[in-house]
Design a protein around this ligand. Structure first.
Ligand code: KG4
Ligand code: ZN
Length: 343
């Protein structure tokens, strides 16, 4: 699959509010990576403003490219290919990364490859020492997606379950917002949950009382709203609700993962995407795995959320398989994982 000692691949991520750039070399691994988060830029609006995101990617992208090349002691002439996130994501933000990456590849006369953002997340555990071998099941939980995917081989994905409404990360963010926490609320809500008392609130585990692998988190958010509005709205109550909310989401995800492993007949579970950084989720899945005999694989925390390293890795794998993009600049704001070719 990966060609030993082939040249470094530059990876560019710009699908949302993080500019990520990295260098990955098959046979050597990750050479350098850098990330610029736009969180402060969007905070005053309470969410990502697409036009501001695009403009900020324009400002940050090339300085980050120079930074990772310097860190790795390389020049652009050393590159063997350029990978960029081609979708799904915000169209303007995607176009910034795609245009810059495509132009660099053109100028350097190396191949370019458009990477599926969720495939990047899904393959992020391959950046770690004990990388999982397919077949495995992947739980992809981010701000835009909540999916269970059967990975038969790299590039051969079958979606076992999906969210019918809000993604898990989106549910964290919206719930945080309705209790007055600043954007981006997910990580803050998870921190606050640590101060909550046990058993003060209990929320439903949506769609676990019937078979199936689809998920739905928007009702949970409404339950939280009702609980919050009917409460004294003190700091302690906010933490108590945060704790009960986190327990409900995490338990739901654990139940769905168990079912997905059984359905796919798999013994390996990969967890990826921003919500994969959630400590309770990591602990409970690891514990379930020990009890029930499946192995869990997590990317390190910084590679759960958006980053350039996962795009460089996924791009390197596809370039090594002989795939590349033509000279036109194309992005896909919506794009199914199942539409990808095998790598
Ligand atoms: O993968 P990601 O960086 O971006 C997308 O592709 O969406 O995921 C971001 C999402 C946000 O919704 C954020 O609130 C959530 O991941 N997130 C967390 C945690 N860290 C990030 N949710 C729960 N607990 C966390 N520790
Ligand atoms: Zn993401």
């Amino acid at each position: 699959m990966l060609v030993e000692n082939s040249k470094p691949v530059l990876g560019v991520e710009s699908s949302c509010d993080e500019t990520g750039v990295a260098l990955y070399q098959p046979g050597r691994g990750l050479l350098a990576h850098a990330l610029y988060s736009q969180v402060a830029l969007h905070a005053e609006y309470g969410g990502v403003v697409p036009e501001l995101a695009s403009r900020d990617h324009v400002r940050k992208l090339m300085p980050l490219v120079h930074q990772v090349l310097d860190e790795a002691g390389l020049t652009a002439a050393d590159l063997g290919g350029v990978a960029y996130t081609a979708g799904p994501g915000l169209v303007g933000a995607l176009l910034v990364g795609a245009s810059a990456a495509r132009a660099m590849a053109w100028a350097l006369e190396v191949p370019a490859i458009g990477v599926h953002h969720m495939e990047g997340h899904l393959l992020a555990p391959l950046l770690e020492e004990n990388a999982p071998e397919p077949p495995f099941v992947a739980l992809l939980v981010s701000g835009g997606h909540s999916m269970l995917v059967a990975v038969e081989a790299i590039g051969r994905y079958r979606i076992l379950g999906d969210t019918l409404d809000d993604a898990a990360g989106e549910a964290f963010d919206k719930t945080a917002k309705l209790m007055g926490l600043p954007y981006p609320g997910g990580p803050a809500l998870a921190r606050l949950a640590g101060e909550g008392r046990e058993g003060m609130f209990r929320f439903p585990r949506p769609m676990t009382d019937r078979p199936g692998l689809d998920m739905s988190f928007s009702g949970l958010k409404t339950q939280v709203l009702l609980a919050w509005q009917g409460s004294d709205q003190s700091d302690q109550t906010r933490a108590d609700i945060a704790r009960a909310f986190q327990e409900a989401i995490v338990e739901t995800l654990v139940i769905k993962c168990r079912r997905a492993l059984a359905e796919a007949g798999a013994k390996r579970l990969v967890i990826a995407g921003g919500v994969g950084a959630n400590r309770l989720l990591r602990a409970q899945l690891a514990e379930a795995g020990e009890k029930e005999g499946f192995r869990t694989y997590f990317p390190r925390l910084e590679f759960c959320t958006d980053n350039g390293a996962m795009i460089a890795l996924a791009g390197a794998i596809r370039l090594a398989a002989g795939q590349q993009q033509g000279p036109s600049i194309e992005v896909r704001p919506r794009w199914s994982l199942e539409a990808l070719p095998a790598a």
